[in-house]
Design a protein around this ligand. Structure first.
Ligand code: OGA
Ligand code: MN
Length: 209
């Protein structure tokens, strides 16, 4: 049975027309809470590493661009909370493929912890040398996030970055957007901020040049 708590058809229509969608209470409170507990447990076990930018040879730690720490979910795929999350996200992938013909084949995702003061400056998610990342997913795990705590994702809605929306990283909120189209940033968080960020990938993707 699907764990999704929203109308998938409506989400697909919105993605088709706008290229982005914000879904509050996307998964059940139980799945969300279990995922939060799992994230904190593996964080406390010291399994995270400081995030880098770029990929492969171009990877570098750039603390002036981003200051979060991450743990790829494939490292902790046996955790029941992670399995429940992946199953729900798979349902979304199937629906997106049926509705939008994006040809998505897999989701790669990581837990992210932004310690107090952490941020991620304005960027696009698609790598210069790999265009497989197609649809970005961000799922938040912060119960009762206070507005004064910052940490919103600022999603720019046009190519000139004149128009934007700020979304609070409240537990249960899922944000989806086309990875190559939408600039975005994470405003400085004034308290610890937890999320699962991922990318649905198309097959291939490595550019031939
Ligand atoms: C990212 C990212 C947004 C967020 O990890 O690439 O933009 O709200 N995350 O955590
Ligand atoms: Mn991003």
């Amino acid at each position: 049975m699907s764990q999704l708590q929203f109308d998938l058809d409506h989400v697909i229509d919105t993605l088709a027309s706008e290229g982005w969608v914000v879904i509050p209470h996307a998964l059940s409170a139980a799945i969300t809470a279990n995922l939060r507990t799992a994230c904190l447990e593996v964080w406390q076990q010291g399994l995270f590493h400081e995030a880098a930018t770029g990929r492969a040879d171009g990877q570098a730690r750039r603390a002036e661009i981003r200051s979060d720490s991450v743990l790829w979910l494939d490292q902790v795929a046996a955790l029941p909370a992670v399995q429940a999350y992946n199953a729900a996200m798979d349902d979304i992938m199937q629906a997106v493929n049926r509705g939008l013909y994006l040809g998505l084949v897999e989701l790669e995702s990581h837990f992210a912890v932004y310690p107090e003061g952490a941020f991620y400056k304005k960027h696009l998610d698609r790598f210069q040398d790999d265009d497989a990342r197609t649809l970005t997913t961000v799922f938040y795990l912060n119960e009762a996030w206070p507005q004064q705590a910052g940490g919103q994702i600022r999603l720019y809605l046009d190519a000139d970055c004149r128009e934007f929306i700020d979304v609070e990283p409240e537990a249960g909120t899922l944000v989806l957007f086309l990875s190559d189209r939408f600039w975005h940033e994470v405003l400085p968080a004034r308290q610890q901020r937890l999320s699962v960020t991922g990318w649905y990938r198309r097959r291939g993707g490595n550019m031939p040049w």
